[in-house]
Design a protein. Sequence first.
Length: 367
Amino acid sequence: MEQRMKLISQWATVNGQWLSSLRGTKPDCRTGWLAVCNKFAIILMIPILMASSCNTKRESSSAESVSTENTAGNKISKPEFSPDSAYFFTQQQVDFGPRVPGTPAQLKCAAYFEQKLKSYGAEVVVQKTKVVVYSGKTVPCINIIASYNPAAKRRLMICTHWDARPFADQGDSAVGSPILAADDGASGSAILLEIARQMQKKQPEIGVDLVFLDVEDYGQPEYDLNQKQGDFYCLGTQYWCKNPHVPNYKAENGILLDMVGAKDATFTYEGVSMQYAPDFMKQVWNTAEKLGYGNFFIREITDPIIDDHYYINQMAKIPTIDIISRTHNTRSGFPKHWHTHQDNMSVIDKITLQAVGETVLATIYTF
């Protein structure tokens, strides 16, 4: 945690002038409120609005196409995202149990992803390695990359983490035991699976890489006061940045999905995203608004989070944004169920899955 504080302090100091220009006030890294969460969060002030809800339980067979506009205003056809399928894919992951690195659930879920992605016509690369977590323990790490139109030079990367937090460290119920991580892990992966299913039906003109990142959430729990030196979150991402699935891999932009399935989720202009890819972030939010999801995608700048996209921007040099749920109603700035046993299927909402999934799918076909 001390190392993370140092990293965050350095980031905020270097970028204080940039944040000041966006917000009109200068953040003070020495005296400002820093809530350093287990996503490496810097949360100084987080005003946010709220959204809506729903449910279901099977993979949809819908194959309809809908029209949208590209950046030039031309109508193009794209497949229709199915929230039913995304909900089903979320449930399938949760049914494996907590997808904690080093458990049977991790292996079962990785095999499920590989089988599904291959069945949806992707060229699949599975990266297997081992990483050292905060406790000094070595755990297996499995990154899975599904590529469409692999020969295309113009590429868009969509990524998410798929592992589950090994221990609840927020709230007061069953602290220390693994969580199901329906929202914080499974929801983003479910949206990527549904996007893969739809891209099989209509190949996009650009190249698309869907990247499922492991061992994101194995950082030191808040109840462990024996602070360790090191950078122990987003370990699968750090490995992928150093060892991309394709030598010298490059994408024009990237989108990270994190906690994108809960009822009443809202997504803001997150600080790191706005530093590295402001125009692209505004483009995605514009797309959401045109689709009728402006109540989910809020045009409000919030403070930076050091999440997987931080390393992708810093190490892989791919301008990447983070679509992540934020709220003004908790001290952490994350939803109430974050890193608790409340992060189960009861919080997952079809309308939120549709808002994010349809926005990302439209972005792919208008990129």
